[in-house]
Design a protein around this ligand. Structure first.
Ligand SMILES: [Zn+2]
Length: 256
């Protein structure tokens, strides 16, 4: 079995060697590492360049959590500089759960400005986009639609099912995290999406809170995502691993 963790923030993890060793033991063959802001983008580039014994893939972007306008240009320059290395732009998107973006106003405008610029860069460099969205489902979908991109991943999708229908009808993808073990929204989305439109991820090092006890995840835990998804979708684990692995490689234009 070969697994692909399509979303991890390895720069937030101290023991990267240990994490990668455990990932390999858990049959994780590939990990996509994503930046969030200027500093973390620099850190993931450093990790990407220094680790030679694991199949890491790089994504650079600006996360909607308090985007710093004075760093936008530098991040866009990093993206341009690494345009032949990155497999996606992200993590980017809109998140209206943050205090400064709960209502229309400068907080939301800044998120939209950064998101729009990154969608334009994805178009310019012909890259897939990894979208983070919370309580901004419709705005995110509309902005993505207007960008005319064909490869869009709504990471850890927990939004309404009607917007999911629109996402799927445009040919976009969703990813599923270990929250699927207990989150009703994540389960409903996964049940609605076809198996070949779902990618697996961990969003490491997020803390998950299943009834069996909370834990901070690492890429090896992508197996938890796979196991719960295979149970829900009533499909053999190995078969589902294969489908999601192939979809991930094709989504990110990775030849394996
Ligand atoms: Zn993330």
């Amino acid at each position: 079995m070969k697994l692909f963790d399509t979303h991890a923030h390895l720069n937030q993890i101290d023991d990267i060697d240990g994490v990668l060793r455990r990932a390999r033991e858990a049959e994780v063959d590939k990990i996509l590492i994503a930046g969030l802001d200027l500093d973390s983008n620099r850190e993931v580039i450093k990790i990407y360049n220094s680790i030679k014994n694991f199949n890491l893939y790089l994504a650079l972007g600006i996360h909607p959590y308090r985007p710093q306008k004075d760093t936008f240009k530098e991040v866009y320059a990093l993206i341009e500089e690494h345009k032949d290395t990155i497999v996606a732009i992200g993590e980017t998107g809109l998140d209206y759960t943050y205090k400064e973006a709960r209502e229309e106003g400068p907080g939301r405008d800044l998120q939209k400005e950064a998101f729009k610029s990154q969608l334009a860069l994805a178009q310019k460099f012909d890259k897939p986009v990894i979208v983070h969205s919370r309580e901004a489902w419709n705005d995110c979908f509309e902005m993505v639609k207007e960008s005319h991109l064909s490869k869009v991943l709504f990471h850890w999708y927990t939004g309404p099912l009607d917007i999911l229908e629109s996402i799927l009808s445009k040919g976009y993808y969703i990813s599923v995290s270990p929250a699927i073990e207990y989150s009703k929204q994540a389960q409903e989305a996964a049940l609605r999406a076809p198996n070949d439109r779902i990618l697996l991820e961990t969003d490491s090092p997020v803390r998950y809170r299943p009834p069996s006890g909370s834990y901070i995840c690492e890429p090896k835990d992508v197996i938890k995502t796979l196991e719960k998804l295979s149970e829900l979708k009533k499909i053999d684990k190995e078969e589902l691993a294969k489908i999601t692995y192939i979809s991930s490689c094709s989504f990110f234009n990775i030849t394996d």
